[in-house]
Design a protein around this ligand. Structure first.
Ligand code: SF4
Length: 496
């Protein structure tokens, strides 16, 4: 039986695509190898949003050429955005590659591998499924099925034209999945033990039900061009899947942060008190050059409405520094926006020109050294905000969804059974390491903890007495219950 291995670069959308590739290959009779060196088929699921990710692919393929020479029947597949962007060119440029497959062509992968095994030539398949969009669903054997957290794709592609971004080229125009299908997938995941679902899409909050099956959400205006049916979808998921503990989404566009979405956050307990809302710059001049289609004032007003509607809600964001023409004044405006909004998390990037983007017409005129220096100042500002936020949580009680064993000091680690065994996230997405939690024995519980200390990027927590007391009877009962059962104190209405 042929064995495969998948290496994933890039964003959550790619992680999700890799999971679907696991499903597709397993269903076709492939088994997962213990590591790339044991594989017959090696898949590199690529990202082209940043130059570095693309460079990583090129050096990885160079390394794999030697791996392939050891056994001539080994196969290298390149999937993801670089595959979509470069197509056949990759086959010509890198002879070690056998198959190039775009994100919309994942279901065709076993067939392409089969043709190759029968003596077919290297092949590139990168066709968008515009007429009949396919959204692959996790199969019962998928590793994500009983995991405490899972991603569910609700749309793909992007109709925006941000001048720095290659995604409209690599993922095509927006296509949406029906709300019936989305709800059915989430209900299946929850029945199998998943507690938190993250809805995925390039501009996730521009969602519209292709079947027109959703009623208009409260607060939605028929005259607002930025209005979508995303709030209506959130309301339907909350109503139809009551066992879901947390419903997150990524990545939204600020344009679609409309009153109906704000109202949904105010009214739906399943929506945690944290939203990631990419802003990219705090300067109107740069936002115009980026074709982001909102002003700084509009961004501030919309996020302020959200924070006022949901007290304690935190925001994180994405920012690009050193975009074409960015002056010191423009960058100062970005820094002042970071402080004004008070982001509690920030992904910062240096601008790099990408092929097939409108910004290719603009000069990449901010020197690399200046970009690096601005990025450092940006991180300094954001770390200060995060440090103040985390230390303000010391002594509070939070609800943490247990997501995994603590990597630093888990079982067998330096602290042994009495150390930090588990980690998870609060409703506001802060990472919490739970110390001395020998009572905990299962992923997916939402447990009550008190915050003992603040680390640089996370919290150190302890189970509350109530959580310990409730856990002990289960421990005495012995057997590990199934993933869908819960008995530790649960914060019913999530919110941390
Ligand atoms: S909204 Fe802009 S940055 Fe986001 S995927 Fe679309 S084009 Fe890219």
């Amino acid at each position: 039986m042929p064995r495969y291995s998948i290496t994933t670069f890039g964003c959550q959308m790619n992680v999700h695509d890799s999971e679907r590739m696991h499903d597709v290959l397993r269903r076709a009779g492939y088994t997962e190898a213990g590591g790339p060196e044991e594989a017959d088929v090696l898949v590199l699921n690529t990202c082209s949003v940043r130059e570095k990710a693309e460079q990583k692919l090129r050096s990885e393929v160079g390394r794999l050429a030697r791996w392939k020479r050891e056994r001539t029947d080994r196969v290298v597949v390149v999937a993801g955005c670089v595959a979509q962007q470069e197509g056949e060119r990759l086959l010509k440029q890198m002879r070690a590659i056998d198959v190039v497959v775009g994100p919309d062509n994942i279901p065709e992968l076993p067939g392409l591998l089969g043709d190759l095994a029968l003596g077919g030539l290297p092949v590139a398949r990168t066709v968008f499924d515009l007429d009949a969009p396919r959204f692959l669903v996790a199969s019962p054997s998928s590793s994500s099925r009983a995991a405490p957290t899972a991603f569910v794709t609700i749309m793909k592609g992007c109709d925006e034209r941000c001048s720095f971004c290659i995604v409209p080229h690599t993922r095509g125009p927006e296509r949406y999945r029906s709300s019936d299908e989305i709800v059915a997938e989430i209900a299946g995941l929850v029945a199998a033990g998943t507690r938190e679902v993250t809805l995925l899409g390039q501009t996730v909050n521009s969602y519209r039900d292709p079947l027109g099956a959703l009623p208009r959400a409260p607060g939605a205006s028929a005259d607002d061009p930025d209005e979508s049916e995303f709030a209506a979808l959130l309301r339907r998921v909350a109503a139809d899947v009551p066992g879901l503990a947390r419903l997150r989404y990524t990545s939204p566009h600020p344009r679609h942060l409309t009153p109906s979405l704000v109202l949904a956050h105010a009214e739906l307990a399943v929506l945690p008190r944290h939203v990631h809302m990419p802003v990219q710059s705090g300067s109107d001049r740069v936002l115009r050059r980026m074709i982001r289609r909102y002003t700084r004032a509009e961004y501030v007003a919309r996020t302020r409405a959200l924070v006022e509607a949901v007290p304690g809600l935190t925001l994180s964001t994405d920012i690009i520094v050193g975009f074409s023409g960015e002056t010191e004044d423009d960058f100062a405006a970005t820094l002042s926006l970071v402080r004004e909004v008070g982001f509690k998390g920030l992904f910062g990037f240096k601008y790099s020109r990408r092929p097939h983007t409108p910004a290719l017409k603009l000069p990449d005129d901010v020197p690399e050294g200046v970009k690096g220096e601005r990025l450092s100042r940006l991180f300094e500002a954001s770390e200060a905000l995060l440090a103040a936020h985390l230390s303000g949580l010391v002594g509070t009680t939070q609800a943490v969804l247990v997501e995994g064993r603590d990597k630093e000091r888990g079982a067998g680690g330096a602290r042994g059974q009495g150390g930090a065994l588990w980690s998870g996230r609060t409703g506001r997405h802060e990472i919490a390491h739970i110390e001395g939690a020998a009572e905990l024995d299962r992923l997916g519980d939402v447990v009550e903890v008190s915050i003992a200390r603040a680390n640089k990027h996370s919290l150190q927590a302890e189970l509350t007495e109530a959580a310990r007391a409730a856990a002990r009877p289960r421990q005495r009962g012995g057997a590990e219950p199934g993933p869908a059962r819960r008995s530790l104190p649960v914060v019913a209405a999530e919110g941390g």
